[in-house]
Design a protein. Sequence first.
Length: 143
Amino acid sequence: MRAEEQAKRVEPAVLEQAVKENVEAQTFCFWARLCVYVHGRITPLLRSYLDERCPGFIDTISSQDTADLNDVVFWQKLRDWMEMHLFARAPSEGWRDALAYYTAADSACQRANDRWSRTKRDLDHGTRLEIPLYELWRDGEAG
C-alpha cells in the first residue's frame, strides 16, 4: 500500500501529530462547509474562525465568489489551502498519501464525517435550522 510505504519516510511521532492536527482541520472544514451551505456566504462568525485558524485564506476568495458561494467549491478551496499552508511538509517530504490515509482512518475524522452527513440531512429536512458554534458541533454537544 502506498500510504504505508510513505509512512516509512517520516518519524512515527511526527506522522501521529500531523494526523491529529489534520483530523482537527478536516473537522473544521466540514463545519465551515455547513456554514456556507446554510448561509450561501461567509458570515462574520465564520470569517472570524477562518481568520484565526487560516490567516490569509479569505484573501484567496474573490469578492464575487462570496456573494453566492457554493459550499462544495468553498470546501475544496479550504482543504487545498490547508494542505498548502498548514500541511505543506507532508507533500514536500513525500508522505502526503500517508497523512491523508491515516487521517481518513482516524475514528474522530470518521465521526466528524458522520456528523456532517447527519447535520446536512437535518438541514435538508428542516429539522435543523442553524449551525452551532464550531466547538459545540465538533464535540457533538449540539446534536
